[in-house]
Design a protein around this ligand. Structure first.
Ligand SMILES: [Zn+2]
Length: 245
């Protein structure tokens, strides 16, 4: 996805408020946890501000930063994990957004040092691919963490940050949010399956054929907006609001 492609900034701002709020409503963040960013396509990035609950992010509080993590627009400060987002964008020129949160079930696995166990559901392999990498623990700001994240994002669109949380990428915020939602759902299923006696992996041969299809592209940069609904012929259901998942 080229930098020449300029997404609709107003639509991105609306999406950012929506998905920041959803992170808070789902209990994926507490206090000032979590952060969202989106490429504006001209070397700048729209971001949630630091020191604001994701339930209280307003249009006025959003900030714009440059690739050096300097605030170029807005009155708030940038969050401290911004370098991690920049490492994700550097590693993945195809992505438009980065979402980071601490969803409790997934984060419990990350804290316990237990792998969630993906892949154990076929549909999740189609959406996420066969891997759910764990990025080793490093102190915030350690360049080794950024390098490890970039490496992990070469294999998957959602990664577990050891003793920390999840980081998800996508073409747009809906896609990144749905990917993270799926991993959190898998973590809850995994915990219950373990309580019932354990996880059963998918058969190797079937897994190979599912994985061979590859995971969906991270696109488009914006989900179709509510202002321009596609007219639907009678008798044909809509195929979801977003792009590829
Ligand atoms: Zn965090």
């Amino acid at each position: 996805m080229s930098e020449a492609h300029r997404p609709d900034e107003e639509a991105l701002r609306r999406d950012m408020l929506r998905y920041a709020r959803l992170c808070w409503e789902r209990g994926w963040v507490a206090n000032h946890d979590g952060n969202l960013s989106a490429r504006l396509g001209d070397g700048r990035f729209l971001c949630t501000p630091t020191a604001v609950s994701k339930g209280d992010v307003t249009a006025e509080s959003l900030i714009v930063v440059n690739a050096a993590c300097e605030v170029v627009s807005g009155s708030r400060r940038a969050f401290s994990e911004l370098k991690l987002h920049m490492a994700a964008y550097a590693a993945r020129p195809d992505i438009g957004v980065v979402l980071h949160a601490h969803p409790p079930a997934s984060t419990a696995f990350a804290v316990a040092g237990v792998e969630i166990g993906h892949p154990f559901l076929a549909e999740a392999v189609v959406t996420l691919g066969p891997e759910l990498p764990v990025v080793p623990f490093h102190l915030p700001g350690d360049p080794a963490l950024e390098a490890a994240l970039g490496h992990a994002l070469g294999k998957a669109d959602v990664v577990v940050l050891d003793r920390h949380g999840l980081l998800s990428v996508g073409g747009n915020l809906e896609q990144a949010w749905l990917r993270m939602e799926l991993v959190e759902h898998l973590a809850r299923i995994s915990a219950q399956a373990r309580a019932l006696g354990g996880l059963r992996s998918l058969p190797a041969e079937q897994l190979r054929s599912l994985a061979a299809k590859g995971r969906p592209a991270s696109s488009p940069r914006l989900r179709p907006g509510p202002r321009a609904p596609e007219p639907q012929p009678l008798g044909r259901g809509r195929r979801g609001r977003g792009g590829p998942r």
